[in-house]
Design a binder for this molecule. Structure first.
Ligand code: GTP
Ligand code: MG
Length: 219
């Protein structure tokens, strides 16, 4: 039996959102080391094979010495107005550099265990071209992990310039959306959420403990 393909979801370009201030960490999370490699390099390595091409949104770096050849671009809206500014600049980047693409996938830079089937599950979840596909695990929504229609760019820009809180969830709630659910793998130390994100030095210690457990599962 052949599996029907969804015409609205050809391979999507991917954007790693690394444009935040890392205020809880105290220094740029993207270049913090986990298991001897920069966090951003780990996230790139997990996401890149799932995409039509990958780029990084950063408001500090202009190139990455550990990932030469990967395009880096800053927010197109000034003022560090939050993750949706990174999503907007990702949609603009994709419209220029991937003119055939209909969607863009985004992930944050602080999630070293992100699913290796992220994009496949997003694309399988979509039933209508205008939907935003958003990740869930264990009943929790992870709104920065999403597959966004590029056609939303102008509306997103208007919302960023006019909404006073600019919460990712409130933008998503205004649009057709579909949830893509991801399993939480079990390990000898208990379940580990694939969307675990590193915000503090203590989170980095936790990730350092969990890394070998995840590597064991994926081996
Ligand atoms: N482009 C862009 N991305 C942002 C901005 N603020 C947060 N992000 C990104 O959104 C994602 C989730 O944010 P957080 O985990 O809170 O990261 P953060 O904002 O750097 O860290 P804190 O300052 O401690 O909140 C991360 O990938 C950040 O890089 C912003 O103003 N612009
Ligand atoms: Mg975070």
């Amino acid at each position: 039996m052949s599996i029907p393909s969804i015409p609205s979801t050809p391979p999507a370009p991917g954007i790693v959102l690394a444009g935040g201030r890392s205020s809880r960490m105290g220094s740029d999370k993207a270049v913090m080391m986990l298991g001897g490699r920069p966090l951003l390099q780990r996230v790139i390595a997990r996401l890149a094979p799932q995409t039509a091409g990958l780029a990084v949104n950063s408001n500090t770096a202009t190139e990455l010495d550990f990932a030469p050849g990967i395009a880096v671009f800053a927010d197109t809206v000034a003022g560090h107005v939050g993750p949706m500014a990174g999503v907007l600049s990702g949609l603009r980047h994709a419209a220029t550099h991937f003119p055939a693409a209909s969607h863009v996938v985004t992930v944050p830079t602080d999630t070293p265990f992100l699913p290796l089937d992220l994009v496949a599950r997003f694309q399988a979840a979509i039933t209508l071209p205008g939907q935003i596909a958003v990740a869930t695990s264990g009943g929790i929504l992870h709104p920065v992990f999403a597959l966004w229609p590029i056609a939303l760019a102008d509306e997103l820009e208007h919302w960023l310039l006019t909404d006073d809180k600019r919460r990712v969830r409130s933008f998503i709630q205004r649009h057709p959306m579909i949830e893509a659910d991801f399993p939480v793998p079990d390990t000898p130390q208990g379940p580990i959420d694939p969307f675990f994100n590193i915000n503090t030095p203590a989170d980095l210690d936790t990730a350092e403990r969990w890394l070998p457990l995840i590597e064991d599962i994926e081996r």
